[in-house]
Design a protein around this ligand. Sequence first.
Ligand code: ATP
Length: 361
Amino acid sequence: MACFKLENVEDLYEIGDVLGKGHFGTVRQVREKATDSLYAGKFVKIRKSRSSRLGQERESVEREVEILQLLQHPNIMSLKEVFECKAEVVLILELISGGELFDFVAEKDILTEAEAIEFMKQILLGLSYMHSKNIAHFDLKPENIMLQGKDVPHPNIKLIDFGLARRLQEGEEYKSLCGTPQYIAPEIVNYEPLTVAADMWGIGVITYILLSGTSPFQGETDAETMNNIMAVNYEFDQKHFSQTSAMGKDFIEKLLVKNYRERMTAEECLIHPWIKPLNKKQVAHRSRSSINMKNFKKFNARRKWKVSYNMVWACNRMCRMKLLCKNAVKDEEALRQCESDQEDIDTKPASLIRRRLSSSS
Ligand code: ATP
């Protein structure tokens, strides 16, 4: 069982602005009083009872912490310490200040494949490190790929959000229906035992989007998206891939493979000629090919809109809960500590329901 410090986090850290929100946590900038150093504090409400639907199960937070404690890599967000106070756990994390990779790319007018590959390489280095420890992320998506300092010539990739990550044990099966439809592997859709290869499918989807600005399996509905995934129904439409190198397409093709045993591993990706060219001709191909920026900007704007829409949905739900809360809490700080455990009878978005259907077997 992970050990959390019982001191009051506010005695040691000054709590600052909100940096982001997820299904289960609010992330705020925090300043360590003793050193003046800045960190990110992820505040997670702990579920009061098994039957309750509000907050996160303690077991899940412990798992996220245990996994982060096992990971020390330049391309993976690091964990400093963890506090527990009343019904809230606070993870003190490395502050990642450069925003999301996709937002950084969308601000550019042109981006060559060679530049995009530098980012992919860092993602793969982080993943191959995790996979070597038999840890799978299971939630790779643009929102979870951030940059450390975007104002430097070569920003550093940081993988975040290990809320769905698992350490896979030999001889034990792990099945889950978790993840975001667009990015999930066929074995997740099929509720089959999972391996680290599920992350590699996600890398295929992310690379496809990065190069073309279109999502390979996205349908009108989640059901349609999942049917497309199961049928591996995607193509390299000339309209979107006219600027893409043959090596880039080959890289994607070797990842979007239904049989996870035949999918490229992170280690294999790192020696694929698209990532590690074998000769000058291959280097030249990568520099001549570029990202479809017009499409990419459109994709990113739509993606941001969807994230904001979900956030408004979540805020509305919070407001309703506040109104329901018998002992109305006055300020935000007190609200954070309020052990609110109102049951929410609203219909939840499919993504949230899916996140809760996770199980080990
Ligand atoms: P999800 O609903 O995706 O599972 P979550 O509740 O697990 O989310 P995170 O994804 O870990 O929460 O964090 C929510 C948001 O907070 C992120 O999308 C990001 O914008 C921001 N964030 C998370 N960690 C950091 C960090 N270390 N530094 C800066 N911002 C961060």
